[in-house]
Design a protein. Structure first.
Length: 157
């Protein structure tokens, strides 16, 4: 994965903000019956069968956009030091995430019988990025922990 396709490392903070804002908005909307982003069509011919102006709530779309854009920025931001080993870890983590995501998806296709399948597939779009981000961060953590242990061992001898 060439680094020219990655976001700057400072984009990770914006990604974290967008991700947390989307999650917070989702939690708020699940606990509240009030819709925040509503489009009211006030044109004369845009009345529904009850005579009131029809409306469309865009809360779900905005939540999904915030979480998705946040995960993309978190997952594909450069590291402070982007060397060949980090590039290899990123590539391996992406491949692992694709395998795991589609294995889970294949199993849950049959397990989700009778549920709202469109909502299920919408969440599945996010799980690929989530699996990648978790795996990549875990590998970076293990790499840093191993390097720290080597430095401590070198300092003690």
């Amino acid at each position: 994965m060439k680094s020219r396709f990655l976001f700057p490392s400072k984009a990770r903070f914006l990604g974290l903000f967008l991700f947390l804002a989307g999650i917070a908005f989702f939690i708020y909307s699940q606990n509240s019956s009030k819709e925040i982003f509503v489009w009211y069509d006030l044109r004369p011919g845009a009345q529904n069968f009850t005579g009131a102006a029809r409306d469309e709530a865009f809360d779900n779309e905005i939540q999904l956009f915030l979480v998705l854009s946040g995960l993309i920025l978190l997952a594909f931001s450069k590291e402070a030091v982007e060397d060949e080993h980090i590039v290899q870890l990123r590539s391996d983590s992406l491949q692992w995430a694709v395998y795991v995501n589609y294995a889970v998806f294949a199993v849950l296709i049959f397990a989700s019988y009778g549920l709202n399948f469109l909502m299920f597939t919408m969440y599945n779009v996010l799980t690929l990025l989530a699996f990648f981000f978790i795996r990549f961060r875990w590998k970076i953590y293990l790499l840093n922990r191993g390097l720290t242990a080597e430095v401590k061992g070198a300092l003690q001898s």
